[in-house]
Design a protein around this ligand. Structure first.
Ligand SMILES: C[S@@+](CC[C@H](N)C(=O)[O-])C[C@H]1O[C@@H](n2cnc3c(N)ncnc32)[C@H](O)[C@@H]1O
Length: 497
């Protein structure tokens, strides 16, 4: 196979926007104008051109065909984007990976084509395929590339998306990144939904005295915002506003009691419980890292403070995280967790939920989904998660536009088999009669902006007896049934024909 003239450079495409890996580096705030960046195997170099146009100046690239004379420059971030998969010689692949990593001061981003993207079968060549244009492509299995990167570099390869991985040189940087990724969305809604009345009435969480102070002083506002995000008050070092308040009131104790005693205690407890869950889920997942739990000295400072506040010591935190991890193998615990979910759709064998609600679920379910994500990363388009109740499997389902289509069709699914540590891809796009979704409101909660719209449609469909029939689960059957019953759906409106 080595004698065939493989025209690797022909695999490089021209881009008018940055490649997916570069866009992920930007989105995660790892690549900033301050970082130095080296694009190893940059092809036409359009990622570099676009970055340069956007004010990035410390950027360079090398490509054996397009920029053969460029120097290899050590940089904070190195991108090895879709290069390994075009190299037909396994030894050269490993050498290329090692060279790219040796240039990365902080982070190497590796992307490859995966079996999910495989469109063309081609003629078999070595461990890949030869295309009619004389190029080589190796389509990787997700677990194959993750294992390859980890064993060659002896580092955790963090799956960001299918085929895209971040490899941090330093443990601290890895933990900082993971922490930012798993952090719960910022809670700035100072109200809570009353759990007793099923109505969506929101209860004000501050007593009038504190409401006044918040209005009067931005320092109160900022300190409260910290409290709501962390479930604890800041240290003087973490918040200058808090420091300012202590100075103003001349007493830490006074400020503390003003803040803590004038807040709805249920809401505060709810936030604190969520923080404990966040920490335990985070550490249960760290147990799966190449070297297991991180050393305490590598933990970000704010995490050390969180552990102290909520779990006492790091040893206790690790013990509880371990218990949580083991609990997911216990059917009784899992069934109890599923029963405790007052969100999502329950079927006897599976639980379905919109991915945006994952961190509102009981900790064992979050861990299960987290383990699946460790292999596949985030699937941006995923709009439904299916957690198998009987087997250790989690599926990432991708439907057509969840927000704008009333009954979106299934496009594809990725099914993660946890004990086998592999992912299977199921394609539905070519199907004439794909499965579709009904009752979209059951997968989300009231905080979802389109909840009311979805709910109204479901209620109307129920009222006219359109739901609850086995045969309506696929598009053609549903459309035929609607027509027979004399209805049509426009947007999210059910109309009589
Ligand atoms: C699919 S292109 C990707 C280009 C660019 N990274 C992007 O994402 O647009 C693969 C590139 O890898 C380059 N390449 C092939 N063998 C390489 C090697 N051993 N080291 C570095 N780059 C290589 C090719 O010349 C080609 O431009």
């Amino acid at each position: 196979m080595i004698d065939i003239n493989i025209e690797r450079h022909k695999t490089a495409i021209k881009r008018n926007k940055v490649s997916r890996p570069v866009s992920l580096l930007l989105e995660s705030n790892l690549l900033t104008q301050e970082s130095s960046f080296f694009d190893y195997g940059c092809g036409h170099g359009q990622d570099l051109t676009i970055l340069a146009k956007n004010g990035f100046s410390k950027i360079q690239g090398y490509d054996p065909y397009y920029r053969p004379d460029s120097q290899h420059i050590k940089s904070d971030i190195v991108n090895l984007g879709f290069v390994l998969n075009v190299i037909e010689k396994p030894n050269e692949r490993s050498e290329t990976l090692k060279t790219a990593y040796s240039l990365a001061n902080k982070l190497l981003c590796v992307s490859v084509m995966t079996k999910i993207q495989q469109g063309y079968e081609g003629i078999s060549l070595g461990d890949g395929v030869l295309s009619s244009r004389g190029t080589f492509q190796k389509y990787y299995e997700q677990e194959e590339i993750k294992n390859y990167l980890e064993s060659l570099l002896d580092k955790d390869a963090i799956a960001i998306a299918p085929g895209i991985f971040f490899i941090f040189r330093y443990e601290q940087d890895k933990l900082n990144y993971l922490q930012s990724r798993y952090k719960r969305p910022v809670i700035l809604d100072y109200t809570r939904i009353d759990p007793i009345s099923k109505e969506r009435t929101r209860v004000k969480v501050f007593k009038p005295k504190l409401e006044e102070l918040i209005k009067e002083s931005p320092f109160f506002e900022e300190t409260i915002s910290f409290l709501f995000n962390h479930g604890r008050l800041p240290t003087d070092l973490e918040s200058s506003s808090y420091k300012e308040l202590i100075r103003e009131f001349k007493s830490k104790t006074k400020v503390k009691s003003l803040l803590l005693e004038n807040i709805d205690q249920d809401r505060l407890e709810q936030i604190r419980q969520s923080r404990v869950t966040d920490l335990l889920v985070f550490f249960a997942l760290r147990k799966f890292d190449r070297k297991g739990f991180p050393k305490q000295s590598d933990l970000p400072e704010n995490m050390v403070l969180d552990i102290k506040e909520f779990l006492g010591t790091y040893s206790n935190c690790k013990r509880e995280a371990e218990n949580l991890l083991f609990s997911i193998g216990n059917q009784t615990v899992m069934q109890k967790s599923f029963r405790a979910c007052n969100l999502g759709k329950q079927l006897p064998d599976a639980f379905y939920i919109h991915p945006s609600l994952i961190n509102k679920l009981p900790a064992p379910i979050q861990v299960k989904v987290g383990i699946a994500k460790k292999l596949v990363g985030d699937i941006d388009e995923c709009n439904l998660l299916k957690i198998n109740k009987l087997k250790d499997k989690v599926s990432f389902l991708v439907y057509e536009d969840f927000d704008s289509i009333a009954h979106p069709a299934l496009l594809y699914t990725l099914v993660m088999d946890i004990p086998k540590n592999n992912v299977k891809f199921w394609e539905f796009r070519q199907r004439e009669n794909p499965p579709i979704l009904h009752r979209k409101d059951t997968f989300i909660d009231e905080d979802y902006p389109l909840f009311d719209k979805f709910k109204k449609l479901t209620l109307k469909e129920e009222k006219f007896g359109l739901l609850g029939h086995n045969h309506i689960g696929t598009r053609l059957n549903w459309e035929k049934f609607l027509q027979e019953e004399g209805f049509i759906i426009k947007g999210h409106q059910l109309k009589k024909l």
